[in-house]
Design a protein around this ligand. Structure first.
Ligand code: AMP
Ligand code: GLY
Length: 422
């Protein structure tokens, strides 16, 4: 089969490496891919948001199956367009992708169907939002409605910060049209857990839980990034919590989407906070997380491509989705300065004795040399019997990869290890 993967980050590299294991997969095209993915699949210079060009490519190359992983093309309707021309896809259509595309939609859905989440109000008018803020407890959370590269959330510690956050979104439009509508919500406390799940709209099969490290600097300091490292499974996600999540959150969400005529098929990502009142939804994503995928897929013992096709065909109930009971850790190597300004174009070199997976995100191939070309450059994933060993193996391998201005967090997994010791 000829398979097309849309996207070009570390997540897509992990997906490509996993589907390559299936013998039915003969050829893989990644649009646009990157200089590192090139070692594993053909990369095609078409952007993930160029839906017409993607569809044209699929037709021209008689693509048998498409995997759409980033949020933008999903929310823009890439799956609808590909299905229209007869290409089966992994990923939700536009009507279902709105669960990530509009935070206001997600909040209204949870309210309507009694799915636990933070209390909130939605505003399209600045002065009403500011009025509302005056009666709230602080900190308070202010979110732009639409996609904002994972950065559309501001936690304001007092009224002054809250008013300035509202103005920056609604007046100064720092997140563009994404901030025309905002959600103001209650601040929740507790450990965060990410649970990616496969669903065909009937059955939900959760993957191994994971923990992201969103802040740029050690000790959870500095600005929010796309994610600086991950571990799986997440020790806070106990069996008891998992059972509650299935009953109170996962199944009700899938049912709610069906009832709304927005059946979700693909990877539904639950961003959860384990509060003292139980698990609550912080956010939904309509796709695999990055870098969560880079720790979750290495633990998947079942064949990813088989599972994906079962999701598409609606036969997930008959398909085994099995995870190993090992631990995985991924450390992101970034360009110094990310998520703000950073330099690129530096050569990346690898020692010969690397014994971990390297998933390349921001790099380009220039005449056979791999050069840095993004904020998050690559992720190093190691799998071991314990979290501690997975972390030390990942960090050991990070030291074997070299480029100028390389930056990585030194404390990935530290919080999880402390919890495990308790
Ligand atoms: P999101 O883009 O919705 O994942 O939000 C980014 C980050 O902001 C989350 O990973 C949380 O750490 C934090 N966050 C979002 N909503 C809340 C909330 N209601 N209470 C506390 N922290 C939150
Ligand atoms: N790492 C968070 C996300 O993919 O949304």
């Amino acid at each position: 089969m000829k398979v097309m993967v849309i996207g070009g980050g570390g997540r897509e590299h992990a997906v490509v490496k996993a589907i390559k294991k299936n013998k039915e997969v003969e050829e893989i095209f990644v649009l646009p891919g990157n200089g590192g993915i090139k070692a594993d699949a053909a990369c095609v210079d078409i952007g993930a948001k160029e839906i017409e060009k993607i569809a044209f490519f699929a037709k021209e190359h008689a693509i048998d199956y498409a995997i759409v992983t980033p949020d933008d093309p999903l929310v823009l309707g890439a799956v609808d367009e590909l299905e229209r021309i007869g290409v089966p896809c992994f990923g939700p259509n536009k009507r279902a992708a709105i669960i990530e595309g509009s935070k206001a939609f997600a909040k209204e859905l949870m309210k309507k169907y009694g799915i636990p989440t933070a209390k909130y109000e939605i505003f399209t008018d600045e002065s009403s939002a500011i009025e509302y803020i005056k009666e709230q407890k602080f900190p308070v959370v202010i979110k732009a409605d639409g996609l904002a590269l994972g950065k559309g959330v501001i936690i304001a510690k007092d009224e002054k910060e809250a008013v300035s956050a509202i103005k920056s979104m609604m007046e100064d439009k720092i997140f563009g049209e994404s901030g025309a509508k905002i959600v103001v919500e209650e601040y929740l406390e507790g450990p965060e857990v990410s649970v990616l799940s496969f669903t065909d709209g009937k059955t939900v099969k959760p993957m191994a839980s994971s923990m992201d490290h969103k802040r740029a600097l050690d000790g959870d300091e500095g600005p929010n990034t796309g994610g600086m490292g991950t571990i799986a499974p997440n020790p806070y996600y106990t069996e008891e919590i998992a059972e509650r999540c299935m009953k109170e959150i996962f199944l009700p969400t899938v049912d709610a989407m069906n009832k709304e005529g927005r059946t979700f098929k693909g990877c539904l990502y639950f961003g959860l906070m384990i509060t003292k009142d139980g698990p609550k939804v912080i956010e939904y994503n309509c796709r695999f997380g990055d870098p969560e995928t880079q720790v979750v897929l290495p633990l998947l013992e079942s064949d990813l491509f088989t599972v994906m096709r079962a999701v598409t065909n609606g036969t997930l109930d008959k398909t085994e989705v099995k995870f190993s009971n090992k631990h995985a850790a991924c450390v992101i190597m970034a360009s110094e300065g990310y998520p703000k300004a950073y330099e690129k174009g530096y050569e990346i070199t690898f020692d010969d004795d690397i014994d971990a997976e390297v998933y390349v995100a921001g790099a380009k191939d220039v005449g056979g040399k791999l050069l840095t070309n993004g904020g998050r450059v690559l992720g190093v994933t190691a799998v071991a019997d314990t979290l501690e060993n997975a972390l030390s193996a990942a960090y050991r391998n990070v030291k074997k990869i070299h480029f100028q201005n390389a930056y990585y967090r030194k404390d990935i997994g530290k919080k999880a290890l402390l919890f495990e010791e308790k």
